[in-house]
Design a protein around this ligand. Sequence first.
Ligand SMILES: NC(=O)c1ccc[n+]([C@@H]2O[C@H](COP(=O)([O-])OP(=O)(O)OC[C@H]3O[C@@H](n4cnc5c(N)ncnc54)[C@H](OP(=O)(O)O)[C@@H]3O)[C@@H](O)[C@H]2O)c1
Length: 226
Amino acid sequence: MNPRSIVILGGTGDQGLGLALRFARAGRPVVIGSRKLERAVEAAEKVREAVPGADVVGLENVDATPRGPIVIVSVPFEHTASTVKSIKSALAEGQIVVSMAVPLAAAIGDGAVRTVGIWQGSCAELVAALLPPGVEVVSAFQNVSAHRLQHLAESVDCDVVVSGGSEPRKLVMGLCSLVPGLRAVDGGPLSNARIVEQLTALMIGLNVRYKVREGTGIRFTGLPER
Ligand SMILES: NC(=O)c1ccc[n+]([C@@H]2O[C@H](COP(=O)([O-])OP(=O)(O)OC[C@H]3O[C@@H](n4cnc5c(N)ncnc54)[C@H](OP(=O)(O)O)[C@@H]3O)[C@@H](O)[C@H]2O)c1
């Protein structure tokens, strides 16, 4: 395992590819995971095209998982549990799984401007319930627009609320500084993911009403510099 590598399962999709581009641009090794090796390899090639010299590799999800200390799960909410179960045996104690999914009601055929309730409280807590002890879950990046992440020429004007256990939370907060414009906000315990995930549904509604194709962002004012 390369301690600098960042693993992105579903890095073939809009949000995962956006993060892969940004982390690669910042000089970090990136491992893109997919259910299909060819799709992962293709996505890695896209990153290399956009970021010449990028250290990026595409692998099947289960092979990608052990390659870095932080594993971002970037698949739609409705496929999150099955994805997490499929890589569970490849995870080792001390690794951090980042939950980014939003339980949009689109998952059950309803709209993307509403969410569905989850017994555990949030998608992040559902992920935590599925993982073995020793693997930490951190919630982050739910309020960042994929479009803006992929548009490398511009900075991403958005705060990222990061929630989870204190040490893993700090490590994931550190990833935000790799992306120009992103600011990590200490979101406290994982249960606060309940609030953060809901915000995305509101933001999708704002995107529609204000016709912001590139996606809105959030900013908290009045916070002191850290
Ligand atoms: N898009 C945004 O602007 C945005 C913003 C904030 C948060 N998010 C969150 O980020 C996550 C990814 O969003 P996205 O827009 O990138 O999603 P997406 O493009 O629809 O899908 C991402 C990846 O999920 C995998 N996937 C699709 N169907 C699957 C299935 N049946 N089982 C397992 N994996 C499947 C696919 O990877 P393979 O086929 O390669 O396996 C796909 O490339 C979501 O949870 C979303 O809520 C998105």
